[in-house]
Write a protein that binds this ligand. Sequence first.
Ligand SMILES: O=C(O)c1ccccc1N[C@@H]1O[C@H](COP(=O)(O)O)[C@@H](O)[C@H]1O
Length: 203
Amino acid sequence: MTRIKICGLKEAEHVQAAVEAGANAIGFVFAPSKRQVSPEKAQELAAGIPASVKKIGVFVNSSAEEINEIVKTVPLDYVQLHGDESASLYEQIEVPVIRAISIRNAEDVDRAFRDAAPLVLIDAPGTDFRGGSGHTFDWDLVEKHVEARPFILAGGLNPDNVGEAITRIRPLMVDVSSGVETDGRKDSDKIKAFIRAVQEVSL
Ligand SMILES: O=C(O)c1ccccc1N[C@@H]1O[C@H](COP(=O)(O)O)[C@@H](O)[C@H]1O
């Protein structure tokens, strides 16, 4: 079944809703963002997440030292890099890297599918921040690459469009933030609806 990441969580009730509904991964944003959490808050939230649910930290242009310091505080399983980090940083980080690449054109898709990171995430370009814009990108650009390697799909997903995304480009994992919010705050009903929508199409 397609795996599910719910990103940008800051409150225990939303973490609980995501875990109980069947999320496979929870994302904490440590980068500048309206969804940013402190390492201490993420540590507290992570304590309530079972080991089977992966904890993923989102960073933009932090150094390996800064990232590894947070990995010591919060038991992260992966770090997701959304900035201009080079591949040489990957091996300096203590947990596996998910490389996020913004897709504007076919060259960006080629670059994403060639990246050296253990996992790649393809996303729409950010607006105010380096991700989490709530916008989709042109999924047609990806269709010819989908067999090349497993990938994570992000960017403007929501309970209404995630089924079509899975059917068309078959990602390993789908990742959502804006699409499960109401008025800028996570919404437990939308989190559950998103997870249900993935489960229905993945049967
Ligand atoms: O969510 C953020 O605020 C954010 C800030 C900086 C970098 C990445 C961020 N989030 C990631 O963006 C994508 C897509 O989110 P959306 O569903 O379109 O809102 C997702 O991978 C988040 O992890």
